[in-house]
Design a protein around this ligand. Structure first.
Ligand code: PLP
Length: 409
């Protein structure tokens, strides 16, 4: 008898995007002539940087000739990309990460989801609330939680972001072994300072815990005093793994390329208490279960590390940050408090009423789709997320409509 992993039965049905889609469908049936503007999902809309397109074409030509053809590549990624990442993303900022610490993949969703598989099922896990759901669901699948009730799983430690802590909660008061962090944050757009991250690094070192730091949105940081990498905090190289992605940085959501950083100095412990290298363990897992990101895609990713590539990526991320500014300006006009949207493409809006009520008001009266904060966890109730990933004219007209709808409601 083929029996299923019983932990899958604990997974709460995720109705968030299904319910949003249903509401949008109903609205469209009732208002067939009105264009719905979507500021709900976190997917990019702008084309790839031209330099990446050129690199893709050149790599396709390489594949056409026996002398330059590429079959299976190294599972960890080609050295041309790993070295460029280490040099430009880390060493240029004074961080001692080498190419050997970089594992290239086809996405941070898989990397953040898969990494927990290296650890014992008994691990005590802390996740943020509100949260990018992948961290939670993959731990549920692995059997590290009890049942779901009132929006939370028994057995997980939730670290709640709120107005008081500016959506950067301090480390938990109880002892945990694995901590997920995400800055700039999805969904709140908050960014942790060096001092706030230092508290987590100190906690992890004291408790022999590990931090999984998701930096998928680091390219949106403009304030130079804010850390782009957890490795800017001394000591993090012993207790943190970092996830980065080209998805939002360079518009690769449809192309797929990301990487995980596991410094050789990060330790984990065997059941008998002896220390072991986490990098070796991840290498074993990665080379067993993954066969490398494609050659043309890695060429396109490496292209962003030229002077021109850096300029084009900057223009791309600036475009979305300007959208975020337009969003914040509209919210200011309404006197609504908002967070994020300065070093991040997400604006987190204090709705001053239940999330879904505000979502429906914006959809029904303005024809604009947002994401109810309650869908990211109980601490998201009372907020909505507005995404800056859309075309400028759409963002401008969405905000005009929102201002009109809310001020007359
Ligand atoms: N991490 C966070 C916080 C995200 O919001 C997303 C995508 O929205 C990802 C990771 C996934 O990135 P990728 O496209 O590399 O799988």
């Amino acid at each position: 008898m083929i029996t299923i992993n019983k932990h899958y039965e604990k997974l709460a049905k995720s109705y968030l995007f299904v319910d949003i889609a249903k509401s949008v469908r109903t609205y469209q049936e009732e208002h067939p002539d009105r264009e719905v503007i979507k500021l709900g999902i976190g997917d990019v809309t702008r084309p790839l940087p031209p330099i990446c397109i050129e690199a893709l074409h050149a790599a396709a030509d390489d594949m056409a000739e026996p002398a330059s053809f590429h079959g299976y590549g190294p599972e960890q990624g080609y050295d041309f990309l790993r070295s460029a990442i280490a040099e430009h993303e880390f060493q240029a900022r004074g961080v001692k990460i080498t190419a050997d610490d970089i594992f290239v993949s086809d996405g941070s969703k898989c990397d953040t989801g898969n990494f927990q598989e290296l650890f014992s099922p008994e691990l005590r896990v802390a996740v943020p609330d509100p949260v990018y759901p992948v961290y939670v669901d993959t731990n549920v699948m692995a059997g590290r939680t009890g049942p779901f009730s009132d929006g939370r799983y028994a057995g997980l430690t939730y670290i709640a972001g709120n107005r008081e802590n500016g959506f950067v909660p301090p480390p938990p008061s109880e002892e945990v072994d694995l901590i997920y962090l995400c800055y700039p944050n999805n969904p709140t757009g908050a960014v942790a300072t060096k001092e706030q991250l230092r508290a987590y690094v100190d906690y992890a070192r004291e408790h022999k815990a590990l931090i999984l730091f998701d930096a998928a949105y680091e390219a949106f940081i403009r304030d130079d005093s804010l850390p782009r990498s957890i490795y800017e905090i001394p000591g993090a190289e012993t207790c943190a793994v970092e996830f980065r992605s080209f998805s939002k940085t360079a518009g690769f959501t449809g192309l797929r390329c990301a990487y995980t950083v596991v410094p050789s100095t990060v330790q984990a412990w065997k059941p008998d208490g002896t220390a072991t290298s986490l990098r070796d363990l991840w290498m074993r897992r990665h080379t067993t279960k993954f066969n490398g990101a494609s050659y043309p895609v890695q060429r396109a990713a490496a292209a962003i590390y030229s002077d021109r590539g850096r300029r084009e990526v900057r223009e791309l991320t600036d475009y979305y940050l300007e959208n975020a500014r337009v969003i914040r300006r509209g919210l200011d006009t309404l006197g609504l408090s908002s967070y994020g949207g300065i070093n991040s493409p997400y604006v987190w809006v204090d709705a001053d009423r239940p999330s879904w009520d505000f979502f429906h008001l914006l959809l029904d009266k303005a024809g604009v789709v947002t994401t109810p904060g309650a869908g990211f966890g109980p601490a998201g109730e009372g907020f909505i997320r507005i995404s800056a990933f859309n075309e400028r004219d759409k963002v401008e007209s969405a905000m005009d409509r929102i201002v009109k709808a809310v001020s007359t409601s």
